[in-house]
Design a protein around this ligand. Structure first.
Ligand SMILES: *Cc1c(COP(=O)(O)O)cnc(C)c1O
Length: 398
């Protein structure tokens, strides 16, 4: 064996024998039974289970069921919200420099131009002052992300939007349970977009949901999600007789399947129970890491409900005595899965080359992106799992 092929000797002994997968979803028998029943029903595509999931979601969010549409991802929800608002070439949409790439890509898919605003160093959410500084005559919308499940400063954002006549599209991929002054995330702006990807708080495998303020936008979004076909195309195959469809515009293929909704219905039924478990784990981490030379996430702001989607530490090499990337490696060697949410958007080559963005121009997002580590935070974690995570972190930072 030469040096390259030799397995790397681990410097850190594992704290457990099996690998703790980051973001592993909690799947129970109810989901499994519903998926089997859906398979046996013979109706796998968009149908009655999707309609039920939409109804349940609308009830959870306290909105009219005709104001929601289930889709196959949050990326699709963001894209179709921007399309329903008729944004396209020449229009600018201001979003955060610290988010998943899908937020920015959806703006590009819609043909509009993304404009980045830096985040607040403390909350890690888009900074209203930075939004204000980037408004131009071409600005049409603000796309805030409730990062980690912490509500953005929606009062300031809505005030800016009203003053400049802009739409607000909330990226709620982390924020199903989030509330801001008695308002539910995704119902404050003009559109709210949700993700049911495998690591999110409610899981359908792949999946998403959009909330709009009116039925007309949802009808348009449902049509755009199915090739631009005229109304209720899924009913074409029901027993009420064949119905011709008409293509009204060039749409996409973004519909959710009943197989996915079958999982989501039971996940959503446990959403608050799971939130409570994650809240307990989140608070436990907060206490356990109090004495360590790392930055812990800020406590939830008063008058808000934090979704506790992510628990993130900031590892400043000088203070902690270990770099962020070495910390990631060492956690993995100890059999604890970790995540990074996120490298700042301008650090990705595509955006740098296409828009000329420089990470130094978004210093808070850049620093957080270089220091942040997400620890496991799933309702599935046992008390032993949580203690394993705590021991693994303490070993590295003491
Ligand atoms: C996961 C995520 C998305 C995309 O969700 P998908 O359902 O995978 O398309 C968008 N924005 C943020 C902030 C996310 O974390």
């Amino acid at each position: 064996m030469n040096d390259e092929t030799k397995p790397k000797r681990s410097k850190f002994e594992p704290v457990r024998s099996d690998f703790l997968v980051f973001g592993s979803p909690q799947i129970e028998q109810a989901e499994i039974d519903e998926v089997l029943a859906t398979m046996c029903s013979g109706w796998l595509g968009t149908g009655p289970k999707v309609a039920r999931f939409e109804g349940d979601f609308a009830r959870y969010k306290q909105v009219d069921p005709s104001f929601v549409a289930a889709l196959n991802s949050c990326t699709a929800a963001l894209h179709l919200s921007l399309r329903a608002a008729n944004f396209g070439p020449g229009d600018e949409v201001i979003t955060t420099a610290l988010t998943f790439c899908a937020t920015v890509n959806a703006i590009i898919h819609a043909g509009a131009t993304p404009v980045l605003a830096d985040v607040n160093a403390h909350t890690m959410n888009i900074d209203p002052n930075a939004i204000e500084a980037h408004i131009s005559p071409k600005t049409r919308a603000i796309l805030p992300v409730h990062l980690a499940g912490r509500a953005c400063d929606m009062a300031a954002i809505m005030e800016i939007a009203e003053r400049h006549n802009l739409l607000v599209i909330e990226d709620c991929a982390h924020a199903i349970e989030t509330e801001y002054r008695d308002r539910k995330a995704g119902t404050i702006g003009d559109f709210g977009c949700f993700s049911f990807y495998v690591t999110k708080n409610v899981v359908t495998g792949e999946g998403g949901m959009v909330i709009a303020r009116n039925t007309a936008d949802i009808k348009r979004i449902k049509s755009l999600a199915l090739h631009g076909l005229s109304k209720d195309a899924w009913k074409r195959f029901s027993d009420s007789g064949y119905k011709h469809y008409r293509v009204e515009e060039c749409g996409f293929k973004y519909n959710m399947m009943d197989l996915q909704a079958a999982i989501g219905i039971h996940q959503l039924a446990r959403v608050d129970e799971n939130w409570e478990r994650r809240r307990v784990v989140w608070n436990h981490y907060q206490e356990a890491f109090r004495q360590l030379p790392v930055s812990r996430p800020p406590e939830p702001a008063p008058d808000t409900r934090h979704a506790h989607h992510l628990y993130t530490l900031l590892i400043d090499e000088e203070a902690a005595g270990i770099s962020r990337d070495a910390f990631l490696d060492a956690m993995t060697q100890q059999n604890i899965g970790v995540g990074v949410h996120y490298l700042s958007i301008p650090e990705h080559p595509y955006y740098r080359q296409t828009f000329g963005w420089r990470a130094e121009d978004y210093p808070n997002a850049m620093r957080i992106g270089q220091q942040t580590v997400s620890l496991p935070l799933s309702a599935k974690l046992t008390d032993t799992d949580v203690e394993d995570v705590v021991r693994a972190v303490r070993r590295l930072c003491n």
